[in-house]
Design a protein around this ligand. Sequence first.
Ligand code: SF4
Ligand code: SF4
Ligand code: SF4
Ligand code: FES
Length: 581
Amino acid sequence: MIHITINGIPREVTEDTKILHAATMAGYHIPTLCYHQDLPPTGNCGLCVVELGNGKVVRACTTPVEEGMVIKTHTKRLFDLRKAGLEMILSNHPNNCPECIKNGHCELQSLSERLGVRCNVLPTIPRTITRLDTSSPALVLSPGYCIQCNRCVQVCNDVQEVHALEASERGFETFIGPTLNRQLEESECIKCGQCSAYCPVGAIYEADDSDEIWNAINDPDKIVVAQEAPAVRVALGEEFGLPVGTNVRGKMYSALRRLGFDYVFDTNFGADLTIMEEATEFALIFKTNPDEFPLITSCCPAWVDFLEKFYPDMIHYFSTAKSPHQMLGTMVKTYWAKKMNIPAEKIFLVSVMPCTAKKYEIERMDTMFASGYQDVDVTITTREFARMIKAYGLDFVNLPDEEPDNPLGEYTGAGTIFGASGGVMEAALRTAYYLITGEELPDPNINFVRGLHGIKTGKIDVAGNEVRIGVASGIGNVRTLLDEVKKAKEEGKPIPYHFIEVMACRGGCVGGGGQPWGSKMTIRKQRAKGLFTEDAEMQVRQSHNNKSIQKLYEEFLGKPNSEKALKLLHTKYIPRPLFQK
Ligand code: SF4
Ligand code: SF4
Ligand code: SF4
Ligand code: FES
């Protein structure tokens, strides 16, 4: 242990503790701007300065404690230094908060309030860097707002290992953008939106598509239909002050109806359908051609984009099952439209997703038009949905709990855990086991796939055979699993995994790039807990036991992987160049 003194009070902390953490543990909150608890500290902004006993000023986020260290966290000199640092940042910032998408959620704004910086005392140095980049269907880059904290570059390079962003120019003209001055859409970017989740200001954010929805709602010729991903229900409440991880499914349906949606279904139904198709693929390979393993899950569009760009030689192992909201989209515009006698062209289908990449997915290839129309018309993120609720003036917290419309609203516990890393695998194994053995998996809880670890592995016994499982979340972790598989194949050795689940965002969709601002690993964990709690409380926890799914196959699709199901519910993949230019 190391002995230090913080503001005159002796403390004992472990070796290698940074001053910032030691102070937090002692109850002193030092202002930070570039620092984020999920990322290694960079010491970029200089706002976390503290004073040592020898008068030296150091950055608390990067400086480790030393034996006998005397630390002061809130002297007059430090207040002045922090204010001056913040004023310097603001002198080069647009400071037009009402126009900024981050207004009310901005870390620069809240720090200014906290440090009492209310007007620009330094002359403003207008930025010549505007370069608004709207090329991507998923994200907008607005480098004029950038404060060069470097978090987005850290996330893109070190967590996702995509390396799409870099700093260009120097001094006040420095800006962060796609490599080699490309537009985002021309770059390697896989649209995961993790850069936007970590940006403290309004410099990277989701492309906002809510106007299209208002237009459709106000068009008397449109039947406007909504579906919502599992991870949305355990995050949306944060926007309205509810505890992290609160499951607000009933209020979510209620809010959608009050906004003007004519029908409200649930993507969890689509998740059950995806499982039927994907688990059938698994069972078929298991029974007929195990050399074809591994089977890799495909419901994450950022992961699909990554695979097509970075691992085209592995496309063969990808499940062709579409993601849950795309499957549900096709079913709305075919099966349900026919049942209801509504012309498909009148239906305007909106997906509410935790995800920025879904905005790209809805048009990524012709298979997303399987109904004869664009299966999903618009995708909005949890953040856009929350803004719509606020714009409408709904008292969200006090809305009554309602149920979704049926038959495309009924779902099982397997459908709801899709939103957390490991959930797709757990759901798929429950059904694959049943399809192979004719019996229910003795314990539906497969605990080794749960949790926030970037890589989770384990095995289960299926009909006397060992099935090896790999689960990765955070794209950087995927490479490890794929490279293990490639090496085993090349060397003619048994493959390390038969079934692999991949989610681009750490912790899965609960940590998606479109979830409420301020997402960190501790918050992702609480959201995932909310989903697993719902699963544990449900009477039906296997997709194949969903009565509406059974009826859909009886009345319309035939059986999983039938010719009709393959046409409507499956997709394909093509190698894509890393750069469009
Ligand atoms: S969306 Fe993902 S891949 Fe694209 S720049 Fe941001 S972090 Fe990188
Ligand atoms: S874009 Fe945002 S996250 Fe990236 S360096 Fe600028 S302020 Fe930081
Ligand atoms: S993990 Fe989920 S939220 Fe993240 S990119 Fe994939 S589908 Fe979207
Ligand atoms: S928070 Fe420590 S330098 Fe920015």
